[in-house]
Design a protein around this ligand. Structure first.
Ligand SMILES: Cc1cc2nc3c(=O)[nH]c(=O)nc-3n(C[C@H](O)[C@H](O)[C@H](O)COP(=O)(O)OP(=O)(O)OC[C@H]3O[C@@H](n4cnc5c(N)ncnc54)[C@H](O)[C@@H]3O)c2cc1C
Length: 629
């Protein structure tokens, strides 16, 4: 048994499990990752891409803290794009298209080179409990593994049920077994569970598509990366393509809608509203004559392509008939059909902010099991659960990121405080401080935290220090050096911006919309003479520009955040009896007793808790604390 004793066991090698395992082991805990299939680490179950709006910020945050998702994404990228460049910088979002196979292989390589981390390929069938105390896990081979903490990251596998038209198969993903037994045990321990669903589109043989009928979507000319560390920037990139459905396609789908498990009652669980199936889109947006389809390559060395926007659980024959009506898909040959999957999740209000369950000490949940959807959301939770399991093992206080620190803080606070009754994905609109939580500021916000807890390396901190020093030097220079009308006006006119009629500081012109620092500084002799641009990174110039342009907004967000932080700092005693405080409304007492918030800020964000009750609660907490001391 000694050889099967660990500090932390991670169940499941998906995005959440891989980040959790890496974090726990890198922090020094003796960690075991048990997963059903070791050739599928961090398998991209759906689209071959990382990042995108709000999700790209999360990948940068994971990277900044010392997680692996950003590095793996950079190593396996086939295309890089900064989305939403035409909008404000809060919306700029890095995204990579990835080689699906390389992504998994790189994860495996990085995990196998992580000290303190062992692996076991098997299926966990139950938690090993003695009374209400967690002892470890039991597997399908009848083995017991002992540990102080267990992080459960079972994704879409718990009682997974796959649907392709009328066909139903038990499975966690197409071709993979479902995980059974754990849900029933957790229910017996007092947990609540629910059912959610998601779906995926068919995959095609790229050789059978006519790309000349589609629009080409190329990667950025000067691509960035997710991480300051890792490989050099991409030189060659693969193209994506865009095509559209049309009324004929819609007609075929509409005719067969009663064969879709989502419409004929075969599936009645809730799916991701923001990632609807094609049958959903046609039904809900009946007035639209076309829907966009992104045709995405699956990797460098495969013909397989992913048909983004055509997620479906219709019978195979209907999928094939409908897809062949799409322009460019007339002779399309399918590699795999689309399908839908239903699975168990556990409402996340059953967790503490650390992602440890409130019911069983040492048991953590992370990823899709908590009702989220998306690789990035899962990876972020895995990272935090891995960190916090290590902190339980080493008797340290949990690391909790606030809503001002990170999208990861917003994600976890939303889940724990509000719960979710539909698959939760991140959007920039979920964050109050989105100008602060930019993709370019992730390292500055989080690497010092990651380094202080022992996860982010010295190399990462040095890279950050170099970046901020360069950025500050650029800000100083832009405030110091001037640009003349002769230098600036040609460019300003091109940008539709008013010419200047006398020499001004570069920073003054920069605050105008449509004016880019990178372009302007090339024109300003004063700047070119004094600054050696060869040593200054594009990232530093970009960050300098954002800070100068958005100074006022950033200051305002900071002031707002300070008020929230003061409320977050006011801890609520764990045994606080809400029901004993009659001055708090009955409805608020009820909600507060259910969620049991850890601090006043969290209490104020619980849906249905009235602001007036928060003031009463604040006084009650102050009294109860002073009473105790
Ligand atoms: C068909 C399908 C469609 C999807 N569509 C979308 C989409 O459109 N948009 C989107 O954002 N996301 C989508 N997703 C979700 C996305 O794949 C997940 O959000 C993400 O992969 C969750 O990561 P995870 O680590 O929580 O779980 P997963 O990636 O599911 O990984 C779980 C891992 O745990 C292992 N495991 C499970 N149970 C056990 C056990 N008992 N013992 C040992 N190992 C176990 C599994 O083998 C697997 O490796 C889809 C997923 C599927 C399956």
């Amino acid at each position: 048994m000694e050889s099967r004793t660990y500090d932390i066991i991670i169940v499941g090698g998906g995005h959440a499990g891989c980040e959790a395992a890496a974090a726990a082991a890198n922090l020094g805990s003796k960690t075991l990752l048990i997963t059903m299939d070791m050739t599928k680490f961090a398998q991209m179950s759906c689209n071959p891409a990382m990042g995108g709006v709000a999700k790209g910020q999360i990948v940068r945050e994971i990277d900044a803290l010392g997680g692996y998702s950003g590095l793996v994404s950079d190593y396996s990228a086939v295309q890089f794009r900064m989305l939403n460049r035409s909008k404000g910088p809060a919306m700029w979002s890095p995204r990579t298209q990835n080689d699906r196979t390389l992504f998994t292989l790189k994860w495996r390589e990085m995990l196998e080179h992580t000290d303190n981390l062992s692996f076991w390929q098997d299926s966990v069938t139950s938690l090993w409990m003695e009374g209400d105390r967690l002892k470890g896990v039991e597997t399908s081979l009848g083995l017991r593994f002992r540990s102080k903490c267990v992080v459960l990251t079972s994704g879409t596998f718990m009682n997974g049920l796959i649907h392709v038209g009328p066909k139903m198969l038990g499975g966690g993903r197409m071709g993979e077994k479902a995980s059974t037994g754990i849900t029933e045990q957790l229910l017996g321990l007092g947990f609540e569970s629910g059912r959610m669903k998601t779906g995926t589109p068919p995959r095609m043989d790229g050789r059978s598509l006519d790309y000349t009928k589609m629009e080409v979507q190329v990667g950025d000319k000067d691509p960035f990366k997710f991480s300051f560390l890792g490989p050099v920037r991409l030189r060659d990139q693969l193209n994506c393509h865009i095509t559209y459905t049309d009324p004929q396609v819609h007609e075929v789908i509409a005719e067969s809608i009663d064969q879709s498990p989502m419409y004929n009652g075969q599936i009645d669980s809730v799916g991701p509203r923001y990632c609807p199936s094609i049958e959903d889109k046609i039904h809900r947006f009946a007035d639209k004559s076309r829907h966009q389809i992104f045709v995405e390559p699956e990797g460098w060395n495969t013909h397989e392509v992913y048909v983004n926007g055509f997620s479906t659980s219709l019978p195979f024959e209907v999928q094939e008939k409908a897809i062949r009506m799409i322009s460019g898909f007339e002779n399309a040959v399918m590699f795999r059909p689309g399908y839908a999957i239903e699975y168990d999740y556990f409402p996340p209000t059953q967790l503490k902010m650390s992602l440890e369950t409130k019911l069983v000490d040492g048991l953590f949940f992370a990823g899709q099991i908590n009702g989220t959807t998306g690789y990035e959301e899962a990876a972020a939770q895995g990272l935090m659960a891995g960190i916090n399991a290590h902190r339980v093992v080493t008797d340290q206080e949990a690391l909790v990121l606030t809503r001002k620190d990170a999208y990861i803080g917003v994600l976890i606070d939303d889940l724990i405080t509000k719960g979710t009754d539909e698959p939760y994905r991140m959007f920039t609109s979920r964050a109050e401080y989105r100008i602060t939580l930019r993709q370019d500021s992730a390292a500055e916000r989080l690497t010092p935290i990651g380094h202080a807890i022992g996860l982010a390396s010295d190399e990462r901190l040095r890279a950050l220090t170099k970046h901020t020093a360069q950025r500050d030097a650029v800000i100083k220079a832009l405030n110091k050096y001037a640009i003349t009308p002769e230098e600036a006006n040609g460019y300003l006119e091109e940008q539709g911006s008013k010419p200047i009629n006398q020499q001004v500081k570069i920073a003054t012109v920069l605050t105008r919309p449509n004016v880019a620092t990178e372009e302007l500084i090339k024109l300003a002799d004063d700047y070119v003479t004094h600054m050696d641009d060869k040593v200054i990174s594009r990232e530093a110039i970009e960050s300098a520009e954002i800070i100068l342009k958005y100074e006022g907004y950033l200051r305002r967000e900071n002031e707002m955040a300070q008020k929230m932080l003061n409320m977050d700092r006011m801890k609520i005693p764990t045994d606080f009896d809400y029901r004993a405080h009659a001055a708090i409304s009955f409805e608020s007492r009820d909600k507060l007793s259910q969620v049991r918030p850890e601090n006043l800020g969290q209490a104020s964000r619980i849906p249905g808790v009235k602001p007036v009750d928060i003031s009463v609660l604040m006084v009650a907490i102050e009294r109860s604390v002073s009473h105790e001391t």
